[in-house]
Ligand binder design. Structure first.
Ligand SMILES: *Cc1c(COP(=O)(O)O)cnc(C)c1O
Length: 502
C-alpha cells in the first residue's frame, strides 16, 4: 500500500491518502501532509490543454496515489456534473488590471462547495464493506451548509452540523434548516461558535463513545484540515492559470500572483501546493480582516492569539488560529516535525509561538500578508462597483484592499480569489452600494433591491431558500451534543426512532 502521508508533528507516522481522509487528523493532533510534494511536478503544458474535470483528475491522481483511476474519475464526475451553475466550475472574470477567480458558483454560493462536493465522493471509496461514517461539523455559517449539500443522501454516510443559536446570519440559518435528505441533521447550540467547536473536538476524542459506536461506525470531519477537502482546492489554481493563458492575458510559463482572503489558511495553502507542483507563481498575497494574527506574524515572526476577537463584516475570516498554517510551517521548516510539535505545544500552552528568522524569511519569500478593516472592506465594495461595475462580497473585498497595497510593489499579473457570492453577505454589500441603509429585517427585499440596482442575478439557491419548509428546528444545550450525536447515529444508520424531530 502507498503510505505517502505523515503527520506534521511526527514523521514516524505513515498512512495512505485513504486512511488520512477517513481519520481527518492525526492522533498526535497534527495534520496529515505529503512529504514528497514538489519532488516530481505536474506537466504544465499538458495541463493547459485540459478542462476543469481533467485537471482535477490529474491533480488528484498525483496527491491521492492509492485511489484507482476509476475511483478518481467517478468522484470528479459525480462532484461537478451538474452542481455548479457555470460549466467552467470556477470562471475567471477580468476587472481592471486584475482578474477575479469566482469560486462561488456551487450549490451554496461559497467557495467551500468546491472541496465539499468532492470530499464525500472520495469518502465513498474510503469506506469498505458496511463501514459507516458520521461527519460532525461545527460551523459559523458557510461550511455547515456546503457540507450538508455534499453529504446529503449518500449511502453509509451521515452529517450532523452544529451552529451557534443566534450566531449565524438569517440566510445562513435558513440555508441549513431547510436542508433536505434523510441523513442530514442540524442542531443549534445554546452557546457560541467556540462552544460548538470545542465540544465537537471533545466528541472526536472521546474513547468511550468510540467504543460504543463499535468498529462499524466512525466519526470524521469536513473541515479543511481533511486532505480530502483541501486537495480539490489545488485544482482551481491550475485552471485559473489556464484560463489566463487561453484568453491571452499571459503566455504559458509566465508568473502570476494570487490574492486570497484567508481564515483557516486552507484556500491559500492549496495555492502553495499548486506552486510546489509546478505552477509558476511569484507571490501569494494573504488577506485577513481585523482579526489580524497572521499579518502581525509576517512582521514579527511571532504568532500570538492572545488578543481581542472581533466580529467583522467578513465573518468567515473571523479566526484566531489558522489551522492549516501548521502545514506551511512544516514545509518551510524543511519538514522538521519535532520543530513543528514544539511550536504547536507552545501555542497550546501560552497561546503563542515564535519561529526562527530562517523560517520567517522562507515564508516571506512566497507570501505577503496584510489586513483590511470593516471600513476599508465597505469602501472597496463601493469603489469597485462604482469604477468597474463589479460587485464583490465582503471577504473578496478584504482581499481587494490588501491586493491594492501589494500592487504598489509588484506588477506581476494578479488573480484575486472571490470566495462568496455578494448575495450571501447581502447586508454589508447593500450598505456599501445602495443609497439607503439596508433594512436588516427584510433580507429578501434587500436582495431584490440589490439585484435591481446592480442588474446582477440572485443565485437560484439563495432566491429559493425563502420558500422551502424548515425541517431542522432542534435547539440543544452544548452539554447535550454528545447524546444528540449518538441518537443521530442510531437514526441515520439503524433507522431507529424516526419519530424524533429533525
Ligand atoms: C471559509 C471562507 C474563507 C476563508 O477560507 P480559509 O480556507 O479558511 O482560509 C474566506 N471567505 C469565505 C466566504 C469563506 O467561506
Amino acid at each position: 500500500m502507498n503510505t505517502n502521508y505523515t503527520s506534521t508533528r511526527d514523521n514516524s507516522v505513515h498512512l495512505s491518502a485513504k486512511q488520512a481522509i477517513k481519520k481527518g487528523f492525526a492522533d498526535d493532533k497534527g495534520l496529515f501532509v505529503y512529504p514528497e510534494l514538489g519532488q516530481n511536478q505536474l506537466n504544465l503544458n499538458e495541463i493547459l490543454k485540459l478542462n476543469y474535470h481533467d485537471i482535477a483528475k490529474t491533480v488528484l491522481a498525483k496527491l491521492l496515489p492509492d485511489f484507482s483511476k476509476e475511483e478518481i474519475d467517478e468522484s470528479v464526475e459525480q462532484a461537478y456534473r451538474n452542481s455548479f451553475d457555470s460549466d467552467k466550475i470556477t470562471p475567471v472574470v477580468d476587472v481592471d488590471n486584475f482578474h477575479v477567480l469566482e469560486l462561488f458558483h456551487g450549490p451554496t454560493s461559497a467557495f467551500k462547495d468546491v472541496g465539499l462536493q468532492l470530499l464525500p465522493q472520495l469518502m465513498k471509496h474510503v469506506l469498505t464493506d458496511d463501514n459507516k461514517v458520521m461527519i460532525l461539523t461545527a460551523t459559523s455559517g458557510d461550511t455547515g451548509k456546503a457540507a450538508l449539500e455534499g453529504f446529503k443522501d449518500l449511502p453509509n454516510m451521515g452529517i450532523t452540523v452544529f451552529y451557534p443559536d443566534g450566531g449565524v446570519s438569517k440566510i445562513q440559518k435558513l440555508q441549513m434548516t431547510t436542508t433536505g435528505g434523510s441523513n442530514t441533521r442540524v442542531a443549534a447550540i445554546r452557546g457560541n461558535f467556540d462552544d460548538a467547536q470545542t465540544n465537537v473536538k471533545l466528541i472526536f476524542n472521546d474513547q468511550k463513545l468510540k467504543d460504543q459506536l463499535g468498529d462499524k461506525v466512525s466519526l470524521s470531519s469536513a473541515n479543511s484540515i481533511n486532505i480530502g477537502r483541501l486537495i480539490p482546492q489545488v485544482v482551481y489554481y491550475f485552471d485559473a492559470y489556464k484560463q489566463l493563458v487561453n484568453n491571452g492575458a499571459i503566455k504559458a510559463g509566465d508568473k502570476v500572483n494570487f490574492t486570497v482572503p484567508t481564515g483557516n489558511f486552507g484556500d491559500v495553502l492549496a495555492g502553495y501546493y499548486a506552486k510546489l507542483l509546478g505552477l509558476p507563481v511569484n507571490k501569494f498575497v494573504v488577506a485577513s480582516n481585523e482579526n489580524n494574527v497572521l499579518a502581525n506574524f509576517f512582521e514579527t515572526g511571532v504568532y500570538d492569539r492572545n488578543r481581542p476577537f472581533f466580529q467583522t463584516v467578513a465573518p468567515s475570516m473571523d479566526i484566531q488560529i489558522s489551522s492549516n498554517f501548521e502545514r506551511l510551517l512544516y514545509y518551510k521548516s524543511g519538514e522538521d516535525t519535532a520543530y513543528i510539535k514544539q511550536l504547536m505545544d507552545d501555542l497550546e500552552d501560552s497561546g503563542k509561538y515564535r519561529v526562527s528568522k530562517d523560517v520567517l524569511k522562507a515564508i516571506q519569500k512566497d507570501f505577503y500578508c496584510g489586513y483590511s478593516t470593516d471600513d476599508e472592506i465597505e469602501a472597496a465594495i463601493r469603489d469597485v462597483y462604482n469604477q468597474n461595475g463589479y460587485l464583490m462580497d465582503p471577504h473578496t473585498a478584504a482581499g481587494y484592499k490588501v491586493m491594492r497595497d501589494y500592487q504598489k510593489l509588484d506588477d506581476t499579473p494578479m488573480i484575486l480569489l472571490s470566495t462568496a457570492s455578494p448575495y450571501k453577505f447581502v447586508k454589508a454589500v447593500a450598505t456599501a452600494v445602495l443609497p439607503e441603509e439596508a433594512d436588516s429585517d427584510n433580507v429578501l427585499q434587500t436582495m431584490k433591491d440589490l439585484s435591481t440596482k446592480t442588474k446582477t442575478a440572485i443565485p437560484d439557491n439563495l432566491a429559493k431558500v425563502w420558500e422551502l419548509p424548515v425541517r431542522h428546528e432542534t435547539v440543544i444545550d452544548k452539554s447535550d451534543m454528545e447524546s444528540y450525536v449518538k441518537a443521530q447515529v442510531e437514526e441515520v444508520f439503524y433507522d431507529k426512532d424516526q419519530s424524533s424531530s429533525h
